[in-house]
Write a protein that binds this ligand. Structure first.
Ligand code: HEC
Length: 206
């Protein structure tokens, strides 16, 4: 079990991130804001985006995998909805960036895309629909920000909580109904494009 979960780490970052508001200044890496301020080009933004999105994967996935092993997927849903937010905020704070996950079909309404995120989602969807390989990232200037997007693809494990409704474990369906009455994030199959992680810094002077 652990092995299959850990194998999914690169994409499971999506499992329970939220755009956080809790700050933990003690977690801030020395010079984090300087790192963000040093972004002067698209290449710099890609490097920072790769680094921060990978850090988020490492932070969240270890915890989601542990929660599933500890109490099963229904328990992990409850865990995600309470724990993911402050942990995501801590990663954002430590790197001096903004972090958000979003999708065309959200589970948590707080993750709903803005107009620029929607354009990014449509870009990745169009690439897949055209039969091309999914691009590794997209960089965008929007609303005074430089934004990096990393696409997220559904793996087998994701279908435990995002698969077709009628195939969900009853305990998972019950937990979802209770916490997310407007859930749009079921019906996915392995290989589907699920959404993006966005990493942003202010675009001033870049
Ligand atoms: C244990 C159940 C569970 C598993 C496994 C899981 N997710 Fe989720 N996922 C959730 C929950 C709960 C949320 C809403 C959490 C929140 O409030 O942000 C969520 C939210 C998301 C979001 C944010 C957008 C939205 O719908 O709110 C994305 C993207 C996402 N999941 C993708 C994935 C992918 C890809 C995988 C597999 C690699 C995965 N998830 C595995 C439960 C799960």
């Amino acid at each position: 079990m652990r092995r299959s979960i850990l194998a999914a780490l690169p994409i499971l970052l999506a499992a329970c991130v939220d755009e956080g508001t809790v700050t933990r200044p003690d977690d801030r890496a020395p010079g984090a804001e300087q790192r963000a301020a040093d972004v002067r080009s698209e290449d710099d933004m890609v490097a920072l985006g790769n680094e921060v999105s990978s850090a988020l994967i490492g932070e969240l996935m270890g915890r989601v995998a542990a929660a599933i092993e500890e109490g099963g997927p229904a328990y992990a849903i409850d865990f995600c909805s309470t724990e993911a937010l402050p942990r995501t905020a801590a990663v954002a704070e430590a790197h001096g960036v903004e972090l958000k996950r979003t999708s065309a079909r959200v589970r948590n309404p707080a993750n709903a895309p803005d107009a620029h995120e929607r354009a990014a989602l449509e870009y990745f969807e169009a690439e897949m629909a055209a039969g091309r390989a999914l691009p590794s990232h997209l960089v965008q200037r929007a609303d005074g920000e430089l934004r990096y997007y990393r696409p997220i693809v559904v793996a087998e494990l994701c279908t435990t909580c995002h698969g077709p409704r009628d195939a969900l474990d009853p305990a998972v369906a019950e937990a979802l109904d209770r916490r997310y009455p407007d859930d749009e994030a079921t019906g996915y199959r392995p290989g589907d494009f699920r959404g993006v992680v966005r990493v942003s810094v202010p675009a001033a002077n870049r």
